[in-house]
Design a protein around this ligand. Structure first.
Ligand code: KIV
Length: 281
């Protein structure tokens, strides 16, 4: 077990109190080094179940397991000191009953040291959210496009256009009234995000849901441009790391093949003839 409570970290009540105030900056992370970068600049670091697609090559989040979330949660915990750390509940770990959700959410908190969990779903999850929050487990909700329901949706489409907006509005309301301290709105129209944000008492965190939300979240590998072929409309690329990684690996491969790497600057001298190198090795 490795549950920790860092008193310097942003707390759940502090995040909740940002409703209508300074925008909440949220980002996913799955590893210690990336968590350290995110922690320096963000309010919330989410260990999203997107880890399955981003790091493990799965084609949806459905194959993500509790073990994967615990492993990546522990790694992120080592890099987060001041942000609020939230871990996603994977598909199949919470839907069956409030008791099942409590068992798995408490495991995530105890083993990773996260301060809160996130779970997907609207009205149908309200009972579970109030069960968890009444027992000391802060919950971030997630409505609109919920990727774990990709098969039911028939793809990753924009949600809530036309009459479908009312169902998502009811979902957001139900999740907030059940006690969630914030709600992710994924891939919904600007007008729907604006009306939900005006209506519910807790911060909305948008991903593909316009600037009308109280905060924003992105998948870190998307905003860093790790995937050259994947560029959804709602993602802004702040770097092109995928292109840079490809160029760097190509250059390394070429230099090894041409015997240009390693060169003499990377080689250890014989200590008995020239003594220790500048780096002391
Ligand atoms: O899994 C994830 O990364 C998420 C965010 C995109 C909100 O749920």
């Amino acid at each position: 077990m490795s549950a920790t409570h860092d008193s310097k970290a942003l707390s759940v009540p502090q995040v909740r109190a940002r409703k209508g105030g300074e925008p909440l900056v949220c980002l996913t992370a799955y590893t210690t080094p990336v968590a350290e970068f995110a922690d320096a600049h963000c309010d919330v670091v989410l260990v999203g179940d997107s880890v399955g697609m981003v790091l493990h090559g799965l084609d949806s989040t459905l194959g993500v397991t509790m073990e994967m979330m615990v492993l990546h949660g522990k790694a992120v915990r080592r890099g987060v000191k001041r942000a609020l750390m939230v871990v996603d509940m994977p598909f199949g770990s919470f839907e069956e009953s409030p008791a099942q959700a409590f068992r798995n959410a408490s495991r995530l908190m105890a083993e990773t040291g996260c301060a809160a969990v996130k779970l997907e779903g609207g009205e149908t999850m309200a009972e579970t959210i109030s069960f968890l929050t009444a027992r000391g487990i802060p919950v971030m909700g997630h409505v609109g496009l919920t990727p774990q329901a990709v098969n039911a949706f028939g793809g990753y489409k924009v949600q809530g256009r036309g009459e479908a907006a009312d169902a998502i509005r009811s979902d957001a309301r139900a999740v907030a009234e059940a006690g969630a301290f914030s709600v992710v709105l994924e891939k919904v129209t600007e007008s729907l995000a604006r009306s939900i944000t005006a209506e519910i008492a807790v911060p909305t965190i948008g991903i593909g849901a316009s600037p009308a939300c109280d905060g924003q979240i992105l998948v870190v590998d998307d905003m860093l441009g790790m995937f050259t072929a994947f560029k959804p409309k709602f993602v802004k690329r702040y770097a092109d790391l995928g292109v840079q990684a490809d160029k760097a690996i190509a250059a390394y491969a070429q230099e090894v093949r041409e015997r240009r790497f390693p060169d003499e600057s990377h080689v250890f001298a014989d200590a008995t003839t020239v003594g220790k190198g500048k780096d002391g090795q």
